[in-house]
Design a protein around this ligand. Structure first.
Ligand code: SF4
Length: 408
């Protein structure tokens, strides 16, 4: 067998292995009753949120993790649902799930270009809890709580309240702003995580928003289907279904996060008619690898989720150890576009530091744009020409080179 063949077999095997659906398992919670395990409130109450809790489940924490867990509450709280915790490989300090969730003392190292509010949300906030940065849509922050906390969180200035932000959303004021701003046709509920609200609170909020005639479209951004699939109950799906068109953007970064429980929860949402998208953050040692990213996006499609964005990690304070280069992100995009289903290819974006909004960044497929042609390359590097007149209108082909098709 040639080495090219064995490389591609190895690649394929790696991909297939990453794409297998596995249950999260019970791990160190083997004795817990089934009814408790399946209860999302039990999962929340039993999150791993202290150094002692971590050490009792992962005896070989690294010194950086131990110190990080001691400091966590002064930056961003640590909390990991039992469901998600079981995806951590306790024997591998480089485990991609572990890197996202376990605090590290490296979070205390900040660079001058890092920020507490890298997307400039606070400066685009007309009333507390509402960010109006784009012309026709607003970000509606519902809570400062999440089911679990991601160490690279863009909103770590406020989520979990470790920094004393004292976030107090005022739904009445937020809704009033939207009501008196007819340009707003799209409302994104986020936080924190909006799906932490009870079903009745969520219904109340969605009813208010739907009563505003110019709100055409509601989105919920949530990592709960991944952290806490038990929350995706038939009752919750029934509530959400009342408020179409309603879309949900989930947030998965690594194919291992897509367990059988997560796949089933996503299927319940999809069956309720909710279009699902995914937003990933490009993270060093987590998903900055083309095989991992390809497995993630393909597995998302199997869960009926359209990969929407890959975000370059924001310049949040203390995140250098989790960030990877834009060049790496572009290389990964090269390995996706044309190499897999178009539906599986997300848009790579940088949220412009300081509040410029999402800027798409793409590998360059246009090699030159001359007076009479655009020179392009395809995903295999083959070069093609597309004729175009200097004013941008299509060129008419010379009659002696193109034969008119025969009409029948
Ligand atoms: S779930 Fe979202 S808001 Fe919550 S910590 Fe993670 S990235 Fe931040």
């Amino acid at each position: 067998m040639s080495s090219a063949n064995s490389d591609s077999d190895h690649h394929l095997n790696q991909l297939l292995k990453l794409k297998e659906f596995q249950p999260s398992g019970r791990g160190t919670w083997a004795d817990v009753a089934e009814a408790d395990w399946e209860d999302w409130r039990w999962q929340l109450k039993n999150r791993v949120s202290s150094l002692e809790g971590l050490q009792s489940r992962i005896p070989d924490l690294t010194p950086q993790e131990i110190e990080g867990a001691r400091l966590a509450d002064t930056k961003l709280a640590m909390a990991i649902t039992p469901h998600f915790f079981n995806l951590i490989d306790g024997n591998d300090p480089d485990c991609p799930i572990r890197r996202q969730m376990l605090p590290s003392v490296q979070e205390t190292e900040t660079a001058p270009w890092e920020m507490g509010d890298p997307c400039g949300e606070d400066s685009h906030s007309p009333v507390p809890g509402l960010v109006h940065r784009y012309p026709d849509r607003v970000l509606f922050l519902v809570t400062d709580r999440c089911a679990a906390y991601c160490r690279y969180c863009t909103r770590s200035r406020l989520v979990s309240n470790a920094l004393g932000y004292d976030f107090r959303p005022n739904f009445k004021e937020q809704i009033e702003y939207i009501r008196r701003t007819p340009a707003v046709r799209d409302v994104l509920l986020s936080g924190g995580d909006a799906l932490l609200l009870s079903d009745s609170k969520l219904r109340q909020l969605l009813t208010e928003l739907r009563s505003i005639p110019h709100v055409e479209f509601i989105r919920i951004g949530s990592r709960i289907p991944i952290f806490l699939p038990q929350r995706i109950t038939p009752e919750l799906c029934a509530v959400l279904k009342e408020f179409h068109p309603l879309f949900i953007s989930v947030h998965a970064n690594h194919p291992r996060e897509l367990t059988t429980e997560v796949r089933d929860g996503l299927a319940r949402l999809a069956d309720a008619g909710i279009p699902l998208g995914n937003q990933s953050v490009l993270l060093k040692g987590v998903n900055d690898d083309a095989v991992v990213m390809k497995a993630l996006v393909q597995k998302l499609l199997m869960c009926r989720v359209r990969p929407l964005y890959i975000y370059q990690c924001d310049l949040i304070n203390g995140s250098a150890h989790l960030r990877t280069s834009v060049r790496r992100g572009l290389e990964i995009m090269e390995q996706l576009r044309g190499h897999t289903t178009g539906y599986a290819v997300p848009q790579y974006v940088i949220d412009a530091p300081g509040g410029g909004g999402k800027v798409p960044v793409n590998p360059n497929y246009v090699l030159s744009h001359n007076a009479d042609r655009v020179v392009i390359r395809n995903f295999e590097g083959k070069v093609f020409e597309y004729p175009e007149a200097p004013d941008g209108t299509p060129l008419h082909s010379p009659p002696d080179t193109i034969e008119e098709p025969e009409l029948v």
